[in-house]
Design a protein around this ligand. Structure first.
Ligand SMILES: C[S@@+](CC[C@H](N)C(=O)[O-])C[C@H]1O[C@@H](n2cnc3c(N)ncnc32)[C@H](O)[C@@H]1O
Length: 259
């Protein structure tokens, strides 16, 4: 943990326990707890994203695709891709001239995404159930790897970064969208009040599951800040690592290349 209580993201640094929101749990239990969260909220996950963020998550995801600048023929792996938002945007930008693989460990999230894709008649997509820390793909098999609001939930972040590096081809691009550290103190004060007082209640009203949204706001506070996370990305082997703050640092986009 660093000086202000945020985790360094090393996962196993505290022995055989790790954090699940503000709770300390045995490392082997975290994935099951995270799976429980997303199984519980899957059916209302997309609606809650719009309500909680006032639709701003759409702008952040658009910024991710802008920075990725997809090229025709690109093969994308979207890790922790959930209901498919990033992959849909990627394919829309390429007008179908690309391929996206959504990999997620929660079947219920993938099922929601598959239903959305079928309704929209989308093509060029695979849905794969798998763990970010042990990706079920060959070395160097994708041109780009993205992860949006996923890495914060992973038990051993360093292992997931190493896996995303492994499956990326040399010259390929890694992009991560995640909640981060608000850079303006007055905004942080307001954001904290909104997060802890409104979001869990909204989660309860919309999904019937307050605890999962309490976990969300706590897990955001446990995630490393922009610089610490950039350093972890470098440690995984990525080069030309850079980041951009979104909405005063409520979220951040991190970018790296496999050279
Ligand atoms: C907040 S959702 C993000 C979904 C989607 N990327 C988006 O931006 O809307 C987090 C997702 O991470 C997935 N996840 C968490 N830990 C994972 C892991 N170790 N491996 C694969 N997926 C994981 C969850 O199942 C969930 O679908």
């Amino acid at each position: 943990m660093n000086e202000d209580g945020r985790d360094t993201g090393a996962g196993g640094a505290s022995g055989d326990t790790t954090h699940f929101g503000y709770r300390e749990v045995p490392e082997g239990e975290k994935a099951g707890l995270v799976h429980g969260v997303f199984s519980s909220v899957a059916a209302r996950y997309d609606l809650m994203n719009d309500l909680m963020s006032g639709g701003v998550h759409r702008l952040w995801k658009a910024a991710m695709i802008d920075w990725l600048a997809p090229r025709p023929g690109m093969r994308l792996l979207d890790v922790a891709g959930g209901t498919g938002d990033i992959s849909f945007r990627f394919l829309d930008r390429l007008k179908g001239e690309g391929h996206a693989t959504v990999c997620d460990m929660t079947e219920a999230m993938l099922a929601e995404g598959r239903t959305r894709a079928e309704k929209a008649g989308r093509e060029g997509l695979d849905w794969v159930c798998g763990d970010a820390m042990k990706l079920p793909f060959e070395d160097r098999s994708f041109d780009a790897v993205t992860i949006a609001f996923g890495i914060r939930n992973v038990t051993r972040i360093a292992d997931a970064l190493a896996e995303m590096y492994r499956v990326l081809r040399p010259g390929g691009r890694f992009l991560c969208l995640e909640f981060s550290r608000v850079t303006v103190p007055a905004a942080e004060w307001l954001y904290d009040r909104y997060s802890f007082n409104v979001i869990p209640r909204m989660g309860e009203a919309v999904t019937g599951d307050r605890d999962s949204y309490q976990y969300l706001v706590e897990s955001i506070r446990r995630f490393p800040d922009q610089e610490s996370f950039a350093q972890m990305i470098r440690q995984a082997g990525f080069r030309r690592v850079d980041y951009r703050n979104l909405s005063l640092g409520v979220a951040a986009l991190h970018s790296g290349w496999r050279i």
